[in-house]
Design a binder for this molecule. Sequence first.
Ligand SMILES: Nc1ncnc2c1ncn2[C@@H]1O[C@H](COP(=O)(O)OP(=O)(O)O)[C@@H](O)[C@H]1O
Ligand SMILES: [Mg+2]
Length: 258
Amino acid sequence: MAKRIEVKDLNVYYGSFKAVEDVSMTVEPRSVTAFIGPSGCGKSTFLRTLNRMHEVIPGGRVEGSVMLDDDDLYSSKMDPVNVRRTVGMVFQRPNPFPTMSIFDNVAAGMRLNGVRSKKVLTEAVEKSLRGANLWNEVKDRLDKPGAGLSGGQQQRLCIARAIAVQPQVLLMDEPCSALDPISTLAIEDLIGELKSSFTIVIVTHNMQQAARVSDKTAFFNLAATGKPGRLIEIDDTATIFSNPKQKATEDYISGRFG
Ligand SMILES: Nc1ncnc2c1ncn2[C@@H]1O[C@H](COP(=O)(O)OP(=O)(O)O)[C@@H](O)[C@H]1O
Ligand SMILES: [Mg+2]
């Protein structure tokens, strides 16, 4: 199930622009790792390299390696579509398929994978919606459009859609930035539950959120606009927020910049 991510010497480019430089880190299975750092330091860019979404951007390429347990994600033998199935992603703005029903939104990935049995789909949709803490709110209107849900419900629907295909890793890029505080807490609770099954990486600009939900925190920074972002420090979340080793981390978490 949940897998370890091991990144070594990763450089990430948009054409000739190096957006992220020289990142190495390990993400342990069944844990939550938060990425923090000022806007533009490459958090989203780096996150997208963990499921080969970066390369779909024209000019997007990487150097270095990303291992998922014993599998090299960038090996020529790897099918990027399979990688994205194994490493699911939830985006900043909830993006349910607007014309699809709640049921079909959750079932979409499984259908793409060739699951046809109504019974299998029905069971998996319920399990995923329960897993995303949304079942009780939607069980009586599964045939209604996903777009009719509130923002927080839509984001949980997207999480249900992501976990329905049983990924091993879940990447979340500022999943609460479009949500109100109550929905944000619901998602944070959910992250706490999901980590017993998945390896979770979350980008957040909210340091309280990083402190609340994550086991490890990685601080990224960039020396100046136009320079690549770098990983400054990764450590236990409690350590990053109470006793970071780098001055730049200390300045950032104490609100002196960023
Ligand atoms: N599609 C793109 N094409 C070219 N440059 C990009 C693209 N997306 C992001 N960048 C650049 O890469 C750098 C890192 O951006 P991003 O990963 O979005 O940072 P963050 O998520 O930390 O705010 C920035 O300089 C940004 O302008
Ligand atoms: Mg971003």
